[in-house]
Design a binder for this molecule. Structure first.
Ligand code: ZN
Length: 390
């Protein structure tokens, strides 16, 4: 059973939650955890802290009882404000430290490339989540501010301040996922712009072969596009989400592999149902459609675009579905691929062991020729939308 729940918390926040193992998708791309801490007269007195995530960018803030720059200067050389993120018995310490009068960011004691500055009564540290090494999931966190020049035995005020005073805050670091792409330009495409970019496309999956294919693509740092049949997506949510998380693109191949070149309302129904199945399982709404058998026509193209889809045929077809032998598949692709190629292969619909064996050879050879493997919407320079996903 799949239940769809839409909560509009405010104009900016729209959360659609799916029951069971499905992800929670936040249409809003910003999440913030702000916490207060009582002023207690410490040398570096932290009064509020926050962790904010805007897609890949994470901002850590510490507010002081007085101006941040003055407070840090008064606290002396070597003063630090450290955010400690704790999970599974491990602590990740991200700090802003004053050295020679300048602020720098450190992670585990080592300087990292992050923006760190004071602004009014706030200290702000900002970096990509990968730089900070914050992984998606829930962390417990605290903030420790330590004055650099302060003798605990002599000082009339505490040399350190911790927020919160007891226990820890909690924050979820969200995974950034592709939420959609915007079709534009020609309604039908057989080949991309003549750049050194190639779109590998795989139809009729996911299947038991898909995992191994994902491993190969990842090893070669290649992104691909997966055209899926709606009728086969039951129970395939985890595989689809794996594809998306690895940077690949999901796309529409109709519902039942019915030849839709004639168009008509059935074509719309096939496309619409498949769009919904992909979106419900992954939170991603495709902008690419491949007509089964390449069977196309003007009414179909129009109907596809009305649903936000471009029809993608191909420029290279090694006929891997007919299992002509691994060598034949590799030879065909290498002989026919040029700039902007759209290569048709299959990761479902039958025994795909020849395709699987061919892909690493294809990737190595084309990479040597200077090609980059991109998703279909990257090839076409379509706008892409991202969202934070649990
Ligand atoms: Zn197909």
């Amino acid at each position: 059973m799949r239940k769809r729940l839409i909560v509009a918390a405010s104009a900016a926040v729209l959360v659609s939650a799916l029951a069971g193992a499905s992800p929670v998708v936040a249409a809003s791309d910003e999440k913030s955890e702000r916490r207060g801490d009582a002023a207690d007269g410490a040398a570096l007195d932290v009064t509020r802290v926050s962790v904010e995530q805007k897609l890949h960018e994470v901002t850590l803030r510490a507010g002081f009882a007085t101006g941040a720059a003055d407070a840090l200067a008064a606290a002396g050389e070597g003063s630090s404000v450290c955010f400690k993120f704790m999970r599974d018995g491990r602590t990740l310490e991200i700090c802003a430290v004053t050295r020679s009068g300048a602020l720098r960011a450190t992670r585990g004691g080592r300087t990292i490339a992050a923006e760190v500055k004071t602004s009014g009564d706030e200290l702000v540290l900002r970096a990509r989540e990968s730089k900070l090494k914050l992984r998606p999931g829930v962390y417990r966190w605290t903030v420790l501010a330590t004055a650099g020049v302060c003798d605990a035995a002599l000082s009339t005020v505490p040399c350190t301040d911790v927020a919160p005073d007891a226990g820890a805050y909690e924050v979820r670091v969200w995974r950034v996922a592709l939420a959609g792409c915007e079709a534009k330009g020609p309604l039908e495409v057989r080949r991309g712009p003549r750049k050194k970019k190639i779109a590998l496309t795989f139809d009729d999956g996911p299947s038991s072969y898909t995992n191994s294919l994902l491993h190969t693509l990842d090893k070669h740092d290649a992104r691909a596009t997966f055209f899926m049949l709606g009728s086969q997506l039951g129970g395939k949510g985890p595989a689809m989400r794996r594809e998306l998380a690895a940077g690949h693109e999901l796309a529409n191949h109709g519902w039942s592999h019915y030849p839709m070149g004639g168009g008509g309302p059935r074509a719309t129904a096939e496309l619409q149902r498949t769009q919904r199945a992909i979106r419900d399982a992954t939170g991603f709404t495709p902008c690419a459609f491949r007509p089964p058998y390449g069977d196309t026509g003007p009414d179909l193209r129009r109907r596809a675009r009305d649903l936000g889809l471009t029809s993608f045929i191909w420029s290279v077809d090694p006929r891997d579905w007919a299992t002509p032998g691994t060598g034949s598949i590799v030879g065909n692709v290498l002989a026919n691929t040029g700039p902007g190629a759209i290569i048709l292969m299959h990761d479902g619909g039958g025994n795909r062991s020849q395709t699987l064996a061919a892909v690493p050879q294809i990737l190595s050879s084309l990479k040597r020729r200077g090609y980059k493997f991109v998703t279909i919407s990257e090839l076409m320079k379509y706008e892409r939308r991202f969202a934070l996903v649990r």
